[in-house]
Each structure stands twice: as C-alpha cells, then as structure tokens.
Ligand binder design. Structure first.
Ligand code: ADP
Length: 653
C-alpha cells in the first residue's frame, strides 16, 4: 500500500512537473514568436524610415549626408548607411556615430559580396531584401555579426540606385526586441544548427527552457532563440505540483493513520474475543445457574449450569416468558405474584431468597436466588440478572445434622433423668418440709391439754390451707422440673414482677421471721411484665432469697447493725445491659451476709458445690440454667457494705 501510494505520488509529481514544463514551454514559444514579430515589425518600419530618407535627399548627396546621422541616431541597430548607384558604387555613406569605427580597419569592399547578394535579391523582389549575416572582425580580435539590407531606390519609375543599410545583429536584439523580454532571459540569434550569431543576454541558471522562432526575412532567415530559467526547480516546480504533493502526502498520512487505527482495532477485537472466550468458559464451568430476564420477564440469557439444573436446553428457555417452565404447577400463582412485586420496582434483598424449582423430570429442589437489576451503559435498567444455587445438598446435610442433634439430645435427656431426680429431691424438700411443719403445728393445736377451750379452728383452717397450697406447689414443681429436664419449650406467659414476689412472700416471710431478718420487696413503678414460666422463676427467686437468708445466721450481722435485711427489687433494666433492642427487667436479691471469696465465686454455679451440711449444691446452677433458658443472665456481685447481690434479667413481655 505504502509503495503504491509512494509511486503514485512520484508519478503525480512527475506528471505535474511535465505539465508545468509543457505549459512554460508553450508560453516561452509564444513569447519568442512575439519577439520575432516585434523585430520584423520594427525592420519594416525601418524600411519606411529609410525610404523616407532617400526621398528627402531627392538625389542630393549633401542633403542625404545631412539627414542620415539623424536616422542612425534614432536607430542604433544600424551601423552604416550607404547610397549606392545601380552599379552598386557608393554614392554617399554614413557610419554610425555610436559604434567604434567598424569599417576603419577593414575595407568595406570586403562586404561587397553580401551587399551584392542583398541588392540582387532586392532588385528581383523590387523591395527590401537582406543578405545572410556575416562576421565582421573588429580590432582586438573581436567582431560582430552584421547583415546587409538593400532597398532599391527608383525615381519616376526608373531605378536610380540602392539604399544599403548594415544592421548589427546584437544591435537588432538590443534595440528592436522588447526590453522586458531581454531582462532575465537569454536572447540570441542563432543559425539553424544552433550556432550563436549574436547574443543579447544569457541565462546563468542550471536548468532552463529554450524556445526558437524563425525570423523569416526576404533573402535571409534567422533563428531567434529565447531562453528562460526554470524559476521553480526541484521537487515542487510550482503551486499545482505542490498542492498535488501535499494532498498526496496527506493521503499517505491518512493511509498511515488508517493502518494504525486498523491495527489498534484488530488488537481491541482480539482482546474482546479473548475476554468473551474467557467469560464464556467461566460461565460454562460455573455450577451456579445464571439467568437474565428483560423488563417483560422474558429469558434473555441462561448458562449451561442453569440448563442442567432445570433440565431444559438454552434454546427452549431463551425468549420464554411467564410462567416459567421450571415453576412447580401448584406454586405458579405465588411465583407470579412475586414477579409482579419485582416488576413494580420494589428493591430486591441483596441476601437472596429461597424458592423451589421443578426439574423437567418433575423432581423438585430448593434453590437460593440472588437477583440484581441489569443496568446498561446508559444507566437504564434493562432487566434482571439472577444467580441460582441449588441448595438441596445443603438441605440434606442440614437435615442430617438436625437428626444427629436430636439423637444427641435424646441421649442427653436420658442422662438428665438422674439430674431430674436430684433436682426433684432438692426442690421438693422445701414444700414437704413446710407441709411437715404445718402438720406438726396442727397436731399440736388439736392435742392441746386445756380441754376447756375449743381448738382454734381458724388457725387450723389456715394451716390446712397452707398445707394444700404447698402440696399444690410441690405438684407444680414436679411438672416444671420435668419440663425443664426434657428441655421442652415451657409455657411462657406475661407475669408481673409483683405477682412473682407475692407468690414467694409467705414462705420467705416465715423463714425471715424465724431468723429476725427484715424482708424488703420493691417493684419500681415503670417496671413492665415479664415473659416467663412463673413456677420456675418463683423457684429461682425463692432459691436466691433463701441462700441470702442462710448467709446471715443469727448474730452475723448483728441486729444492732441494721444490716439484717434481705432486699428484693425488680426494675426496668438499663438498655446497655443487653445489646438487643428488647426491653429487659432486672431482678436483684441483696443480702448483707458473709459474702463470697473470689475462689468461691468461681465455684458457686457448679452443680453439687455446697458449703452447707444439708445443702445439695444445685440451687444456683438450676437458677442460672432457668434464667438462661429465658434468654437472660444471672450474675453475682459483692454488696455494700457487705454481702452479695445476685442479679438476673428476664425479657419484658
Ligand atoms: P446450696 O444452697 O444447696 O448449698 P447453692 O447452689 O444454692 O447450693 O449454693 C452453693 C453455695 O454457694 C452455697 O453452699 C454457699 O456456700 C454459697 N452461697 C450461695 N448463696 C450465697 C450468698 N447469698 N452468700 C454467701 N454464699 C452463698
């Protein structure tokens, strides 16, 4: 391509140069013809001038000789004028005053043959005729080319002689040719073979153009040679060629740019093809199904993973609308609604949603779908792109895990049977002891020695009522403990903290009275109800309160200290206690007993840890388990100025 353009350019430049040269040549030739016709015209006019001179002389030599210098002054191309008689003898002659005496060194006689030839011709033509030019040497080894013109002169119809005018060829060029042609150009008379006869000016340029024209005169013919320098030379001879060259160069540049552009495009195409192939390979190797839908919910793209998942080929799926072929028939309505919600522009959850697909063979399987809007380069939504993951395997594993868990829990429950036995004996101790003491009390009342007074029936009725309550309580404890051990979701109901305090109050008050401890229960007014299994929570409150009272044996602290008090409080928990947004209720049981050493604090929640002779060491561990089952926490802290605070939280209803 480059070579072609370059050669085209070369041809263009060459042709343009040729054309220019041809044009210049034609112009030069035209100029040379103009010069020739000017010279011829001037010679003709000279003939008239000379004839006028002859007629003025009117055959008087004196007058002729007087007038001739004027003519010659006016026509510097003339070097000599002669009046010759019919036998060609000189009657009168006049040399030009403007030429060094040409004819001094050589006798004029030597030019006689030329004069003869011209005059013979003139006689024959009865008009002016010219001789061939001849070289007339002058002094100093130089010379100049002369030419004779002969005009026959007649008087009253009779030939009376000739007027011979000698022309200098250089003079003719200098005087007769228009001056502007001479300037800057080469002007010369040559012979037919190119030999220069007279030179008016020459051209020094290396390259020049030459035009010759024939100056045809009667009796002689001279070649006029006009030489003109090639003004604009080199690669760009003129504007046209320059324009053509510039255009060609521009074309070349365009070709070059085009080629570069093409190379870039080819590279870009190759890169795009590679990227496409990579993407294709990636999509094909994915086990995740990919699916794109347009705004009308028609499938515009599916990858092999998706086809494999649903058992339809890409051709079958592409362009298909709603309901989709993989929708289970009984869920079409539900899915259709889901699509409508999506089309309405509701933002989709980034986390994905679960759904159920049906394979072509009818097999159903769960999938997780992640969907995102498809946005084109202009930022407009053109559809939706979904990634579909078959989660049946995941589900199977989850199922296996769940079964394993269940089995493990069953095993744990069996192990808990032992725990239940221990718990029951611990928890039932209290109501049974209470029942036993009420029974003893009643029996005492009934066997009173004083027969005169009737047994105090009111006290006995109250004692019997308390026995009934404790028996009922024992029954509830058995049920709750069984539930607890089986880890069954126990019944949760809203209970006010005050109600919880009220139900443990009678038993605690009894013990407090025996130990001379002041029992203080307080529920803050803004405290909401709690959601709990109230029997178990009563048990927790009871255990914690009883532990607190047991930590304050008689005299420690002394009653005078004013610290023999057990405080039970319930209030809305400070929000920072729990990170979740739920509200919580905090219960605090504060005693002022001996408190807990750091080593003990590490151990007290371990089952069967006790420092008491009749203790089982299960109370605190049970309390913590129960509270944690409700989602709360149970902690212990030192109380001020002495003793321990147990705090636990329960969710507000
Ligand atoms: P038990 O009361 O049967 O010993 P717990 O689990 O209720 O079992 O208590 C474990 C131990 O924690 C108790 O033996 C006691 O030493 C200690 N303890 C519990 N509550 C307090 C308290 N309020 N003050 C001091 N020590 C306590």
């Amino acid at each position: 391509m480059l070579l072609l353009v370059l050669s085209l350019l070369a041809v263009l430049v060459f042709l343009a140069g040729e054309y220019e040269e041809g044009r210049d040549q034609a112009e030069l030739e035209q100029q040379s013809r103009t010069v020739v016709s000017d010279i011829r015209g001037a010679l003709l006019r000279n003939v008239q001038t000379l004839q006028a001179l002859q007629s003025q002389a009117d055959n008087q030599t004196v007058r002729w000789e007087a007038a001739a210098p004027d003519v010659m002054a006016e026509h510097r191309e003339l070097v000599r004028l002669e009046w010759r008689d019919p036998a060609l003898n000189v009657v009168a002659a006049q040399n030009s005053a403007y030429q060094a005496n040409l004819f001094a060194s050589r006798r004029r006689q030597q030019a006689r043959p030329d004069v003869l030839q011209a005059c013979n011709q003139a006689e024959r033509l009865s008009g002016p005729a010219f001789s061939p030019s001849y070289f007339w040497p002058t002094s100093g080894g130089q010379g100049l080319e002369l030419m004779e013109m002969c005009i026959p002169v007649s008087h009253a119809g009779e030939p009376v002689g000739f007027l011979v005018a000698s022309y200098s060829l250089p003079g003719m060029l200098a005087e007769l040719a228009p001056r502007e042609w001479v300037r800057g150009q080469g002007l010369a008379f040559t012979e037919a073979d190119g030999t220069r006869l007279a030179v008016a000016s020459t051209v020094s340029a290396r390259r020049s153009q030459v035009a010759s024209s024939l100056l045809d005169l009667p009796g002689n013919a001279l070649m006029l040679r006009l030489e003109s320098p090639r003004t604009i030379s080199g690669l760009f001879p003129n504007v046209l060629t320059a324009v053509v060259s510039v255009v060609s160069l521009a074309l070349l540049l365009v070709v070059f740019l085009l080629a570069r552009d093409m190379r870039l495009r080819q590279r870009a195409e190759r890169e795009v093809a590679e990227a496409l192939a990579f993407r294709k390979a990636m999509e094909n190797s994915l086990i995740t199904g990919l699916r794109a839908r347009d705004m009308e919910s028609r499938i515009t793209y599916v990858n092999p993973g998706f086809c494999q998942m649903v058992g339809f080929s890409a051709d079958e799926l592409l362009g298909s609308g709603l309901p989709s072929p993989w929708w289970p028939p009984d869920r079409v309505n539900e899915y259709q609604r889901r699509q409508e919600v999506r089309i309405s522009g509701t933002p989709l959850p980034r986390v994905g949603y679960e759904s159920e697909f049906m394979h072509r063979d009818g097999r159903r399987f769960p999938v997780l779908i992640f969907e995102a809007p498809l946005i084109n380069a202009l930022g407009e939504q053109t559809g939706w792109m979904s990634a579909v993951v078959d989660i049946s395997e995941q589900r199977r594993i989850e199922e296996i895990n769940r079964a394993t868990q269940e089995r493990m829990q069953n095993t744990a429950r069996l192990a808990n049977m032992g725990e239940m036995a221990s718990l029951l004996s611990h928890e039932l101790n209290q109501p049974l002891a209470a029942i036993a003491s009420y029974v003893t009390g009643t029996a005492n009342l009934l066997s009173q020695p004083a027969q005169d007074t009737a047994p105090p029936m009111d006290d006995i009725r109250l004692a019997m009522q308390r026995i009934g309550e404790q028996a009922e309580r024992a029954g509830r404890v058995i049920r709750s403990v069984a539930d607890f051990v089986r880890r069954r979701e126990s019944r949760r109901e809203p209970v006010s903290p005050q109600a919880l305090f009220d139900s443990v109050e009678p038993l605690l008050a009894l013990q407090a009275r025996q130990q001379a401890i002041q029992l203080d229960m307080h529920v803050s007014p803004d405290c909401p109800e709690v959601l709990c299994d109230h029997t178990m929570i009563e048990q927790v409150l009871f255990n914690l309160a009883r532990n607190g009272m047991q930590a304050m044996p008689e005299g420690d602290p002394a009653s005078s200290s004013g610290l023999r008090a057990l405080k039970m409080q319930a209030r809305l928990a400070h929000p920072s206690t729990h990170a979740t947004a739920k509200s919580w209720v905090e219960f605090c049981i504060t005693d002022h007993g001996q408190g807990l050493s750091p080593e003990m604090r590490d151990k007290i929640f371990t089952p069967f840890f006790t420092t008491k002779s009749d203790g089982m060491g299960l109370g605190l561990s049970l309390c913590r388990t129960v509270v944690e089952q409700h989602g709360g926490v149970l902690i212990d802290e030192p109380a001020q100025p002495r003793g321990t605070v147990f705090r636990f939280t329960l969710p507000a209803a």
